[in-house]
Ligand binder design. Structure first.
Ligand code: ATP
Ligand code: MG
Length: 420
């Protein structure tokens, strides 16, 4: 992508009404546009980051045997009445709307009901189970306060998966497997070292649910971390009874602030029974379908990663989700420099190294500042000076120093570069 051909612009100041640093940075760097409090639009680079995060999640969900689908955002009230989740007293963050004839509709905030109901068309026998399905979709929740930028939106992007099992044992095996799969996802997103499975409130059906909490000052949650055992307990359920039950030593727990980046729930037949989703087992008996649900906050992760890895110059994406690997800059009016930069731009693309080429007629300082603000992992500069020194100047976004890479080793250097 060429900066000269793109409408993208960076800006020095964030909008005055934007309080959250993640949104301030993302707006300044041109990744998102603020529509209103808690509602953001994704500009091309922002969309690329969302897609990169989504694709990591997709790969891991597919590898775990799940199938991707897409449910509707508009939801019939009747489904939710069956599970007693329509009433605003029970679920207080609905967005609801009406058809012209007055029929009430819900705007999807989660999809247990919709997915379970749709599976009635496909599941009737034990041979049809288990089923694992997921979607990546915008969710709508009328959050009381939307003050943390992308981290708490009224419209946000979530991956939600639903499991349908024949027995509690079959469910539990998958639930445990998903814990490991989730950890792999956070690892690939660069958050592996600071993310912990966390016991949290289970709601009506089960004793506990499992949250995935990333240690960060930006969080709204307080958790008690057992670093050695590699898990935590959410403050919301931190009491004598649960400490005892989970077999942890109170002395070794550390109170820390964290961000909930995912949550998985055992649901039993809480939703499947009232919706009438059953199956016939080997003995010809009608049985309940055992469900689980598994969420990951994709746009929250983008906000968290944006802010968590930022510095005073701007963003700094992990390589795995950066919109481009390389920010290429040409400096100087010399035709040789431009020819070299053009050739390098083509070469990088041919070699499958994603590159944002800043070919604008801007001052070098302006281009350097944009490379930093946009947080692209590698900066490559072509100028008369670098050519005289034998190649191009390379800098990692996180480093203070630059190096000259020879022309014939630039691809090798960038292709192998894992650290940024
Ligand atoms: P929270 O406790 O933060 O309000 P939740 O428990 O209601 O979240 P879930 O229904 O479990 O959220 O949703 C799955 C995941 O979606 C959460 O773990 C979180 O990462 C993300 N998420 C939830 N609400 C929002 C929101 N308003 N904006 C952005 N991401 C969200
Ligand atoms: Mg949750």
């Amino acid at each position: 992508m060429r900066r000269s051909k793109s409408f993208l612009k960076t800006r020095r100041e964030a909008p005055a009404d934007e309080q959250a640093k993640n949104a301030q940075l993302l707006i300044r760097a041109g990744y998102v546009h603020k529509e209103m409090a808690g509602v953001y639009a994704y500009m091309p680079l922002g969309k690329m980051v969302i897609e990169n995060i989504s694709n990591i999640i997709r790969q891991e969900m597919n590898a775990a045997g799940a199938e991707e689908l897409q449910m509707s955002v508009l939801q019939p009230k009747e489904l939710w009445e069956k599970t007693n989740r329509w009433d605003d007293v029970v679920v207080d963050n609905w967005f609801k709307t009406k058809l012209k004839n007055g029929t009430e509709l819900g705007v999807g905030l989660t999809h247990e009901e919709a997915v379970a109901n749709s599976l009635k068309d496909y599941v009737s026998s034990y041979k049809d189970l288990p089923v694992y399905v997921y979607q990546i979709q915008n969710k709508y929740r009328n959050e009381l306060r939307a003050k943390s930028g992308l981290m708490r939106g009224r419209e946000f992007i979530m991956k939600d998966m639903y499991s349908f099992s024949r027995t509690q044992e079959e469910h539990e095996a998958f639930y445990e497997k998903m814990t490991a799969v989730y950890m792999k996802v956070y690892q690939r997103l660069g958050l592996g070292d600071i993310t912990y499975p966390t016991y949290a409130s289970g709601g009506y059906f089960s004793e506990f649910s499992r949250e995935f909490q990333t240690l960060s000052q930006l969080g709204e949650d307080t958790i008690y971390l057992d670093q050695e055992k590699g898990f935590a307990i959410n403050k919301e359920i931190y009491d004598f009874k649960n400490i005892e039950k989970l077999g942890v030593n109170k002395e070794t727990l550390k109170e820390v602030t964290a961000v909930e980046v995912g949550n998985i729930f055992p649901l039993g037949s809480k939703y499947s029974d009232p919706l009438g989703l059953y199956f016939i087992d080997e003995a010809g008996q009608r049985k309940s379908v055992i469900m689980g649900s598994y969420g990951i906050g994709i746009s929250r992760l983008m906000g968290l990663i944006a802010e968590h890895f930022s510095d005073d110059k701007g963003l700094h994406w992990p390589l795995t989700i950066a919109p481009f690997k390389v920010y290429l800059i040409n400096i100087g009016p010399e035709p040789e420099v431009n020819q070299e930069a053009e050739a390098l731009y083509r070469l990088l693309q041919e070699q499958g190294i994603s590159v944002l080429y800043d070919d604008r007629l801007e001052r070098p300082g302006e281009k350097f500042a944009d490379a930093d603000l946009m947080g692209i992992p590698y900066r490559l500069v072509v100028s008369a000076k670098t050519l005289a020194a034998g190649g191009y100047e390379l800098k990692n976004r996180g480093a203070d120093t630059t190096t000259i890479v020879a022309k014939n080793s630039v691809i090798e250097t960038l292709a192998s570069g894992q650290k940024s």
